[in-house]
Design a protein. Structure first.
Length: 212
């Protein structure tokens, strides 16, 4: 073999080894398990979050995803069997995520503490027509976490939800069955529109009187 070719071969082997090692590292880092059915990332069955002395409750839930769950909602393409999950602080949630569609779907929780969930996430991904099950333990604090499917446009098309721990920290906007589709302007008090209507009636009344 010519030296140049030999060098090329060495390089190929070297690079292949490097990418394999990286792949391995990647898996370990993200605590990921992959199967034909999909993927579970950042699973945590045993490590208690800070501020938890023990598991407060073991909760098992089955959540379905699919176009079927958007049938009665105009403008939406996808949906879930439930868009809100409520659980007490320090509970351990085991979620079985069943995908009834012919495209991939995810059930991702964001904003979890990074000392325990390295990207602040818990992530289930089910291939078309498949189901995956994963477990995680939530922190003690009252907080509302975003749950969504991160496939392109799926959240906008209906796959947005929330995980409410304890009393939560307020509803997220545009969660089906929970909150309005648009973020309400927070600077307008609830009485703004009734007051505006009253003002309009008064003006109308004055105008009518002046015309008499
Ligand atoms: Cu999806």
């Amino acid at each position: 073999m010519k030296p140049k070719r030999l060098l090329a071969l060495f390089w190929t082997l070297f690079l292949a080894h490097g990418s394999l090692a990286q792949e391995h590292d990647h898996h370990a880092h993200h605590n990921m398990s992959v199967s034909d059915s999909g993927m579970v990332m950042y699973e945590n069955k045993t490590t208690l979050p800070r501020g938890c002395d023990q598991i407060s409750e073991d909760i098992e839930l089955t959540i379905h995803a699919g176009a079927k769950y958007a049938e009665n909602t105009p403008g939406m393409t996808f949906g879930m069997s439930q868009h809100e999950v409520r659980a007490p602080g320090c509970s351990r949630l085991t979620i079985t995520f069943i995908n009834e569609d012919q495209v991939r779907h995810q059930w991702m929780v964001h904003g979890l503490p990074k000392y325990l969930y390295s990207a602040g996430m818990f992530h289930l991904e089910a291939m078309a027509g498949r189901q995956v099950t994963g477990t995680f333990i939530v922190p003690p604090d009252d907080r509302t976490y975003l749950v969504h499917c991160d496939m392109a446009q799926h959240m906008e098309k209906g796959m947005k939800g929330q995980l409410v721990i304890g009393r939560g920290s307020g509803n997220l906007w545009s969660v089906r069955g929970v909150s309005d589709a648009f973020n309400r302007a927070p600077y307008l008090p609830d009485t703004t529109w009734p007051l505006a209507a009253l003002a309009l009636l008064l003006v109308a009344g004055v105008v009518t009187r002046l015309r008499r």
